[in-house]
Each structure stands twice: as structure tokens, then as C-alpha cells.
Design a protein around this ligand. Structure first.
Ligand code: ZN
Length: 261
């Protein structure tokens, strides 16, 4: 299978740190997503991938979804998603000073270490104490007519509480659990290194390029607030190749990148 995932999407061998900027240049397309999901027969495993994509969710957010977050409105033709927490917001709540001589944690205004007496103005290291902030996305919509919406509805049927609880802990499955599954399924479609974040970035790319979401719309849908991240997707909205009349997609792009001259 050719590398349709963009240069950087497949890596042989050693550990590679993924970055959205390098890995995701195109929406891979519904056809490829269908091919991938078809290979994943186990419903829970498949749903993790589907929910992560459809919600443009971080994998931890997808794993922590609860049935009550979804209202299915058949008449309106959409799934309404509410109270969807954003799990990456941290807030600095205090500052402390670590003594670099003995490691003791001191209060932010201390001039000398409470244990060894070292001068903290010179040998103190200031650090923020942070706590996770509970922030929610603005409620958002998923069209029922979109691919995989039926699967979401089916999976939600009769469910209460966490959608992906581990039978061992009762808590949501972890990102490592998902990582192992996703990596294995990637291999079944010829991807040696499919990774958790891929689903989220693919959805963002799809929203930007297919639905032509602008920056504000992407922000509302995904809860992203970082400008560089939004820019990465927004700049794909009107690829200049389109204006030049050049047809380009991920497969063609990958071929060009790999072509011997
Ligand atoms: Zn000390």
C-alpha cells in the first residue's frame, strides 16, 4: 500500500516523536477511514477510533466520554454533544521554591531554605504548582448523515456512564491501552506507526478542508485555543493548489515526496 498518510506518517523501526505539522497534511479521506475501521472487528476497539475521530478528541478525552454527553436528535439529523471536558487545561495555582542544595520545598516568599538555610535568592529554583482545570467545550454537533454516525448511535444504545471502562479498574481505559490497540490495527492496513493523536488531527483536517471550517468554527468544535495549532489546520482550508488548478491529495503528495529523480 502506498504511503497515503503523508510523509512522516509511517516510520520504520525506532521511536519517532509525532508532530501534527509533519504528519498530517491532508485528510486521508473517508474511504481509508472505512478500510481501517473495517479491519477492527471488536466493537469497543473500533468505537474508540470512531469516537476519537468524530469528536476530534484527544485519546484521553475519547476514552473518558460518558453516554450522557450525547443527545441523538433524529429529527434534526444530528448528535448533540454537551458537557464535553477538555482534559489538557492546567492552571497555575501557586509558586514554590525548591532548594537546589538539599531539595526541600519552600514557600514562594522564603529567603532561606527551611531545612539547610541556603540562600534561596541565589540557589532556589522557582516552580509553579498547577492543577487541572475543568473546562468544557461549547456544545457541538455531529451530522447523523456523516459516515460512522450510525456506529456511534449503535454503540451508545442502552449505555450509561463511561463508554470505555476497563473491566479491571472500572475507570476509563488508559492512553497506553489505546496506543497498543491502535498501533496493532494500523499494521493491518500497512501502517507501522498509527498513533493516538492521528484521529483527532484527521478530523480537524477534514473539518477544515471538506466543510471549510474557519478558525473560529474549528476553535468552537474542538476546544483548541492555541494559535499555532489552529493555524496549522486553518491554512489548509484553501490550499493554493486548488487555485492553481492542481489536483493534490495525500496519495499524490506521498508519491511526489518519494519519487526518485
Ligand atoms: Zn536546603
Amino acid at each position: 500500500m502506498p504511503n497515503v498518510w503523508g510523509k512522516g506518517g509511517i516510520h520504520e523501526g525506532k521511536y519517532h516523536r509525532h508532530s501534527v505539522e509533519n504528519d498530517v497534511r491532508f485528510f486521508a479521506g473517508w474511504k481509508i477511514l472505512k478500510e481501517l475501521y473495517q479491519k477492527i472487528e471488536q466493537p469497543t476497539y473500533r468505537s474508540v477510533g470512531i469516537f476519537a475521530f468524530k469528536l476530534a478528541a484527544r485519546i484521553t478525552e475519547a476514552l473518558n466520554t460518558e453516554a450522557e454527553m450525547f443527545v441523538i436528535d433524529q429529527e434534526g439529523g444530528f448528535i448533540f454533544v454537551r458537557n464535553f471536558p477538555i482534559l489538557k487545561r492546567w492552571k497555575a495555582i501557586d509558586k514554590v521554591v525548591f532548594c537546589q542544595r538539599c531539595g526541600t520545598r519552600n514557600n514562594k516568599f522564603d529567603m532561606a531554605c527551611s531545612k539547610c538555610g541556603a540562600n534561596l535568592v541565589h540557589s532556589g529554583k522557582r516552580k509553579f504548582i498547577t492543577e487541572r482545570q475543568t473546562v468544557y467545550r461549547i456544545p457541538f454537533y455531529i451530522k447523523l448523515a456523516e459516515p460512522f454516525s450510525d456506529e456511534m448511535v449503535k454503540f451508545l444504545e442502552g449505555k450509561k456512564g463511561l463508554l470505555f471502562p476497563s473491566p479491571y479498574t472500572g475507570k476509563a481505559y488508559t492512553r497506553n491501552w489505546a496506543y497498543n490497540i491502535i498501533k496493532d490495527y494500523g499494521k493491518t492496513v500497512g501502517l507501522n506507526n498509527l498513533y493516538n493523536h492521528w484521529f483527532r488531527s484527521q478530523r480537524l483536517m477534514q473539518l477544515a478542508t471538506e466543510y471549510k471550517f474557519n478558525r473560529e468554527e474549528l476553535k468552537v468544535f474542538s476546544g483548541i485555543i492555541k494559535d499555532e495549532t489552529l493555524d496549522h489546520y486553518v491554512k489548509q482550508i484553501q490550499p493554493y493548489t486548488e487555485k492553481l488548478g492542481i489536483e493534490m491529495d495525500s496519495q499524490r503528495f506521498a508519491e511526489l515526496m518519494e519519487k526518485k529523480c
